[in-house]
Write a protein that binds this ligand. Structure first.
Ligand code: SAM
Length: 222
């Protein structure tokens, strides 16, 4: 399947979602680092960066992505940023997944005011990505894309984290974009080891149930 963003280099978010993200960055004073998990062609990334027109006062931007979404993905991101007047050298690209970078970021004391989670939408990877919440400053935001029926893992992980951590609240949802705010400091991790295990089990259960539903559907149709 050819993904449209590989050709257009545009955002995979809807116009409403992009507007909500831009409003969030413009209406809040977010000076600590910004992180996008899953960038595709960098279509949303360039819009987020350009919410801060003055490079000298722009927060640091980080991107995590395995860069295997389509051929030459990384080159496309670089080209896309340049075409929007952004020096790609000002963005830190972490090639891979959260697993590889979270420990280093913790060790280096990197703090974030904005995290946008839009990578692998299954239960376990979303829960893994929600571990970045610990590095978000109080007053900062965690946004998750694609919270709808097609990707039940996204909504499940959000609800699970919110139900256990009163320091985070769902501010709003725009189309499939959920915007969470960290309202106060935390003393325990938002995601514990046992939550990751539960997410893994839930993902397996979901996969199993879906394959049974498909088989039953096929048998009924036959
Ligand atoms: C839906 S696209 C992202 C769209 C992009 N945020 C936008 O708004 O245009 C998903 C991206 O996540 C990346 N990805 C897949 N699994 C990932 C993971 N575990 N961690 C980070 N990125 C991942 C893919 O390579 C792809 O670039």
């Amino acid at each position: 399947m050819v993904r449209a963003s590989s050709q257009t280099l545009g955002s995979e978010c809807s116009a409403n979602e992009r507007q909500a993200l831009a409003d969030l960055l413009r209406e809040n004073t977010l000076s600590a680092a910004h992180l996008e998990i899953g960038t595709a062609a960098g279509g949303t990334l360039k819009e987020l960066i350009n919410c801060y027109p003055e490079p000298a006062t722009r927060p640091d931007f980080y991107v995590i992505d395995p860069f295997t979404y389509y051929p030459d993905q990384f080159d496309k991101v670089v080209r896309n940023l340049r075409s929007a007047g952004i020096d790609p050298g000002t963005v830190t690209f972490w090639e891979g997944t959260t697993h590889t970078y979270l420990t280093t970021a913790r060790r280096d004391g990197i703090r974030f005011d904005f995290v946008f989670i839009d990578g692998d939408h299954r239960h376990y990877p979303v829960m893994v990505d929600l571990q970045w919440a610990d590095l978000v400053n109080p007053g900062g935001f965690i946004c998750l894309h694609d919270r709808f029926e097609k990707f039940p893992g996204v909504g499940w992980a959000i609800d699970d984290v919110l139900s256990r951590n009163p320091e985070y609240e769902l501010v709003t949802q725009v189309d499939t974009l959920a915007i969470l705010k960290k309202t106060r400091p935390t003393t325990v991790p938002a995601v514990r080891y046992r939550d990751l295990i539960r997410a893994k089990l839930r993902q397996r259960l979901f996969k199993h149930a879906r394959s049974i539903r498909k088989r039953v559907g096929r048998n009924r149709a036959a």
